[in-house]
Ligand binder design. Structure first.
Ligand code: HEM
Length: 249
């Protein structure tokens, strides 16, 4: 699918507003959750543990990934900085021992997982136009990264992602090592709290398919209830804040 430069510009403006203005925290968390999903794909987990960055220096790797993605979101794909960033991505990903399907999956995880998180947990759902814009933005990235086989719409990509996960998610030692390294990151954010409840609360952010894939026990229902209540409280606070701010932000 080839968009005109003007269509791409509009899609980027809509996606940027979603990511930076309307859902800054949710999109960041959603990108992280999307990244964690990729650990449940054995071929991807093998490569990521192979480089040692994610398991050895998880904080630095997570930060670097976020910084690169936000540079793209902030500037767009055709801004000089965006172009440099795409070139960097192409260098980082040259000669990885994975196929196009794995690339489409990582793309889907970055595109779809944050929007699903927002729809389930944030102060409002994303609109069709926002979903289309997110898709157009990531399809444009795929095109510039030479990724083949990307489904043709947001809905098709989301369906493809579910089907891929059913087919390919599996519990491996590499995947668990990656998950444990990132769970440690969350616990580090709350140094004064005991690790076990923080870990249980962070597991409550993972969905059933991921928990099953990693063989992680679902957190106790009391923890899930508390996390759910905290997120609903947060959503209503954000809703009020956005209502007061009005549409002309
Ligand atoms: C469209 C799909 C993808 C996007 C948008 C993407 C995004 C990124 C980003 C933003 C970084 C920079 C992190 C840094 O600077 O350290 C990175 C690095 C990297 N990515 Fe990807 N990625 C994609 C697909 C994949 C796939 C399919 C694999 C296969 C396992 C992969 C493996 C890696 C590796 C090995 C690095 C180098 C850093 C390290 O060793 O951990 N990526 N990716």
């Amino acid at each position: 699918m080839n968009l005109t430069a003007e269509q791409e510009r509009r899609a980027h403006a809509t996606y940027r507003r979603l990511a930076v203005v309307d859902f800054p925290e949710d999109l960041r968390l959603g990108l992280n959750l999307g990244f964690y999903r990729t650990f449940a794909v054995p071929a991807i987990a093998r490569v990521l543990t192979g480089t040692g960055k994610m398991t050895g220096r998880p904080k630095a790797r997570a930060k670097a990934t976020g910084a690169v993605m936000y540079t793209l979101i902030e500037h767009g794909l055709d801004h000089p900085t965006g172009r440099e960033t795409v070139a960097l991505l192409n260098r980082l990903h040259a000669h990885l021992p994975v196929g196009d399907e794995e690339f489409v999956y990582v793309l889907a995880a970055f595109c779809v997982a944050p929007l699903r998180w927002i729809d389930a947990r944030s102060w409002r759902s994303t609109t069709e136009a926002e979903k289309d814009a997110a898709f157009d933005f990531y399809a444009g990235l795929a095109q510039r990264m030479g990724i083949k086989g990307v489904p043709g719409s947001y809905t098709a990509l989301a369906t493809w992602m579910d089907e891929f996960e059913e087919r390919r998610f599996a519990n491996t030692a590499e995947g668990r090592a990656l998950l444990d390294a990132t769970r440690g990151l969350l616990a580090d954010r709350f140094p004064r709290l005991p690790t076990a409840p923080v870990r249980a609360a962070s597991d409550a952010l993972l969905d059933e398919r991921m928990l099953v894939a990693f063989g992680v026990e679902p957190p106790p229902s009391a923890v899930r209830g508390l996390v759910g209540a905290a997120l609903r409280w947060r959503a209503s606070r954000l809703r009020r804040r956005h209502r007061h701010r009005g549409p002309n932000r």
